[in-house]
Design a protein around this ligand. Structure first.
Ligand code: ADP
Ligand code: MG
Ligand code: ZN
Length: 551
């Protein structure tokens, strides 16, 4: 039987567990009695569907709504899992097909409506067919004091006793009385293993930064935490090696780790990491499953993770001991392009690709968030939270500006050049930069030529990155780097919707000369005016003058 991670990927199409899922899946598949409380949207179904595949025999799922059961059965069948439902909504053929599959021993999941348990024949039938697990969805329906009370849920305890198999109960209702009632009615008062932990990991500091010069950014982050154990996640194997070398040259104790290494070498890194203090492992996502170190003090992403779930899982390796831990995630347009093309070029069916784009969008939304990261992150997992005071945006609320007009100008430049160019060329057009490419294509004659002179090149770069982050434009998979407008951009283009963007405040000395060289000569007076303004701003805000304000 393949392991949980393989099934997660191959059957369900997810690259990482959501918060809490892995522990629950492990307990349920081992045959423990489990009560799991997770917010709505947290991914409870997977916590019994995946163990059902790992266990011999049939898992019976009791769920209160026929429509819900039908949806789940359809999704499972589409994923190639043998599942069926016995409900009053079945046609005779459907019921016959479920019986056939049961008799043939093919069925893995059997969904049953609770009222079916009332029929005397159901118990006998279930006893005959080798049930190995009972999963109870929406377990709070057993609570007589709740709004969703379903009298037939009271029969589940009887069923468990009759079959004498483990039971896993799931609900989003977290109040103590309901929990006590569930334990009483479903588990005969014997406390099951309970998973009540929310998703929040308040000791982990969350931070994102636009990629500026990634190696320097990571080196600075590591230098400020010298002697502490940390992980740097990279997008490629080659990068893990070069970055680990750079860290060693910088006086750190660092090594690389990726799936291309010999199993023995990988195990050495794992055990060194677990036992040594202050080792930095520079790794691809292959590093993680074998890691069980409670005092990892920091996790950095040199490249944007794949999805919001992957992000949560990877940063979640830090600070398991509950002591303060820090994270930094770098992201830039190249990451977005890479992640989009990985999804577009993958072999997944169209619906799954849509969902993957959605999960990437959620991560990009987090990267470009204007308010508390934790509120945004937990909100995605269905949990509400107040501003946390332990993220970069709570530390320093971002400066924002009304980006509606710049975005409209950018969209207009994209459309007037037939969606055939990347951000660099579009920015040249917007700021009126007469490069050879601009002139050769006659783009200096466009009405949009020079309409964006009021903003610096770097501000435009931030605008384009945020447009990608908000999924207003997407790289064209067939034309390298070219940006196409998405449906989401239409209301902004029509001036029916506004958009607030953040002003990047990159502490960057290294890139400034290059940026300046790209500004056309006639912009020199503008540039010196901007510089004066920036100095004035810096003085007023009492921040070091090397902070670049992109105005
Ligand atoms: P719940 O029953 O807790 O409200 P569901 O089981 O209906 O949540 O799952 C909510 C959504 O999350 C579904 O669209 C599901 O496909 C998705 N989901 C579940 N687990 C994962 C995962 N590990 N990665 C990405 N998406 C997931
Ligand atoms: Mg559910
Ligand atoms: Zn916060």
């Amino acid at each position: 039987m393949p392991g949980a991670a393989t099934l997660l990927r191959d059957v369900f199409g997810f690259d990482a567990f959501r918060p809490g899922q892995e522990d629950i899946v492990t307990a349920v598949s081992r045959g423990e009695n489990v009560l799991a409380i997770m917010p709505t949207g947290g991914g409870k179904s997977l916590c019994f569907q995946l163990p059902a595949l790992m266990r011999d025999g049939v898992t019976v799922v009791i769920s209160p709504l026929i429509a819900l059961m039908r949806d789940q059965v359809r999704a499972l069948r589409e994923a190639g899992v043998e599942a069926g439902a016995l409900t009053s909504g079945n046609t005779d053929e459907e019921t016959a097909a479920v019986w056939d599959a049961l008799e043939a021993g093919r069925l893995k999941l059997l969904y049953i409506a609770p009222e079916r348990l009332a029929a005397g024949s159901a118990m006998g039938m279930l006893r005959r067919i080798g049930i190995s697990l009972i999963a109870v969805d929406e377990a709070h329906c057993v609570s007589q004091w709740g709004h969703d009370f379903r009298p037939d849920y009271l029969r589940i305890g009887e069923l468990r006793r009759a079959l004498n198999v483990p039971l896993a109960a799931f609900t989003a209702t977290a109040d103590a009385e309901t929990q006590a009632e569930i334990v009483e009615k479903l588990f005969d008062g014997q406390p099951p293993q309970s998973f009540l932990r929310g998703f929040d990991r308040p000791n982990i500091h969350l931070a994102f930064a636009p990629k500026d010069s990634p190696r320097r950014q990571i080196m600075e982050f590591a230098a400020a935490r010298k002697g502490q154990s940390g992980i740097v996640y990279c997008g490629t194997r080659a990068k893990t090696e070069s970055l680990a070398r750079a860290l060693c040259e910088g006086g750190h104790n660092a090594c690389h780790y990726h799936g291309g290494m010999e199993a023995g070498d990988r195990r050495i890194v794992e055990s060194r990491f677990n036992s040594e203090d202050g080792l930095i492992v520079v790794a691809t996502v292959a590093f993680g499953m074998g890691v069980d170190k409670p005092d990892i003090r920091w996790v950095a992403h040199a490249d944007l993770p794949k999805s919001i779930e992957a992000y949560y899982q990877e940063i979640g390796r830090a600070g398991r001991d509950g002591a303060p831990a820090e994270t930094l995630t770098l992201f830039g347009p190249d990451d977005i392009r890479l992640r989009r093309s990985q999804i577009d070029e993958g072999l997944a069916p169209p619906e799954r690709r849509m969902a993957d784009h959605g999960r990437l969008n959620a991560l990009l939304g987090l990267a470009e968030a204007l308010e508390c990261r934790r509120t945004t992150l937990l909100g995605y997992f269905g949990e509400q939270a107040e501003p946390c005071g332990n993220c970069d945006l709570c530390d320093t609320p971002p400066e924002t500006f009304d980006g509606t007009q710049p975005v409209r100008k950018a969209l207009s430049a994209i459309l007037r050049t037939d969606e055939r160019f990347g951000a660099g060329h579009l920015i040249d057009i917007l700021i009126g930069n007469e490069t050879d490419k601009v002139c050769a294509r006659g783009h200096d004659q466009l009405p949009t030529f020079g309409v964006g002179r009021d903003l610096e090149r770097r501000t435009w770069q931030g605008v384009f990155r945020q447009m990608m982050g908000h999924d207003l434009v997407r790289p064209d998979p067939d034309r390298h780097g070219a940006l196409r407008m998405t449906e989401a951009a239409r209301p902004i283009l029509r001036d029916e919707q506004s958009i607030t963007l953040r002003r990047d405040t990159l502490v960057s000395k290294s890139r400034r000369p290059a940026a300046r060289a790209l500004v056309a000569d006639e912009d020199a007076p503008l540039l010196s005016a901007l510089k004066a303004k920036r100095r004035a701003l810096a003085e007023a805000a009492k921040v070091p003058a090397y902070v670049v304000f992109n105005d």
